[in-house]
Ligand binder design. Structure first.
Ligand code: ATP
Ligand code: MG
Length: 256
């Protein structure tokens, strides 16, 4: 059974010029502990899709299931990470990371919360920055901290909306590796929205290309590498062929 199942979802928004049809009969399934990347033209409805899956928004038509249960309201077993990490300046990095635990596991002993946050910080290479404030960290470091905060309460699903979009190319590649390392240690089912096709094949088990608005799943690509993923894999003929096909699909989506 797929952990995330999106079935025939359609959604419109009202605007002064009448309804905007954003998603139409969209189907997508994500297997447990796998990662699906979603790519598509700007404005096609990717962020809308994340809000629907997390229960922040209710689809006009169709259904979304998490572990077979219909999503009807926001839930705590979904973690979110965004392009601009919103960390609270009046809290230390450690305290920022513990925040979700304070909300979903208020009875967890403080020592346990600290232990969990510290473990994640060291996993992403930020052990020495636990006591710092967000403004004392670089953009890439803040994004690492934000990743820790998104998974500290062990959500079943991690939804990431262009989490690496604001980073330079090399920091971005470092964080891809960090994400894979974290996922290997603490598996989760992930949905990654991105505009970076290399990122999509490096991180995902499945890439979904959405069409132009109203968006539906136009194309699905399974991504399998026999070796452990490392950046060199992106320079192979196999990757080039995948990227070429995805680029073609994006062109079709842009024209749709
Ligand atoms: N709350 C809202 N009210 C009205 N229209 C909205 C709302 N949210 C999004 N839209 C519209 O829905 C469409 C899809 O927006 P969305 O943010 O989902 O696109 P996106 O694929 O994430 O774009 P990008 O790639 O630029 O991030 C856009 O036309 C946007 O203007
Ligand atoms: Mg968006």
């Amino acid at each position: 059974m797929s952990l995330i199942k999106i079935r025939n979802v359609s959604h419109d928004f009202e605007s002064d010029d009448g309804p905007i049809k954003v998603l139409k009969n969209l189907d997508l399934s994500v297997e447990r502990d796998s990662l699906t990347a979603v790519v598509g033209p700007s404005g096609c409805g990717k962020s809308t899709l994340t809000r629907l899956i997390s229960g922040l928004l209710k689809p006009d038509r169709g259904e979304i299931f998490l572990e077979g249960e219909k999503v009807v309201s926001p839930r705590s077993n979904v973690g979110m990470a965004f392009q601009n990490p919103v960390l609270l300046e009046w809290r230390t990095i450690l305290d920022n990371i513990m925040l979700p635990l304070e909300i979903v596991a208020p009875k967890m002993p403080k020592k346990e919360k600290v232990g969990r946050a510290e473990r994640l910080l060291s996993l992403v290479g930020l052990a020495d920055f636990a006591g710092r404030r967000p403004s004392e960290l670089s953009g890439g470091m803040r994004q690492r901290a934000s990743l820790c905060r998104a998974i500290v309460h062990k959500p079943k699903v991690l939804i990431m909306d262009e989490p690496f979009g604001a980073l330079d190319a090399f920091t971005r590649e470092d964080l891809w590796q960090v994400l894979l390392d974290v996922k290997a240690e603490e598996p989760f089912t992930g949905l990654l929205i991105t505009h970076d096709l290399r990122e999509s094949i490096f991180l995902a088990d499945q890439v979904a290309v959405l069409s132009g608005r109203p968006a539906m799943t136009q194309y699905l690509m399974d991504v399998e590498f026999s070796e452990k993923r490392n950046i060199e894999l992106l320079f192979t003929a196999k990757s080039t062929a995948m990227l070429k096909e995805l680029r073609k699909q994006i062109r079709i989506a842009q024209a749709s």
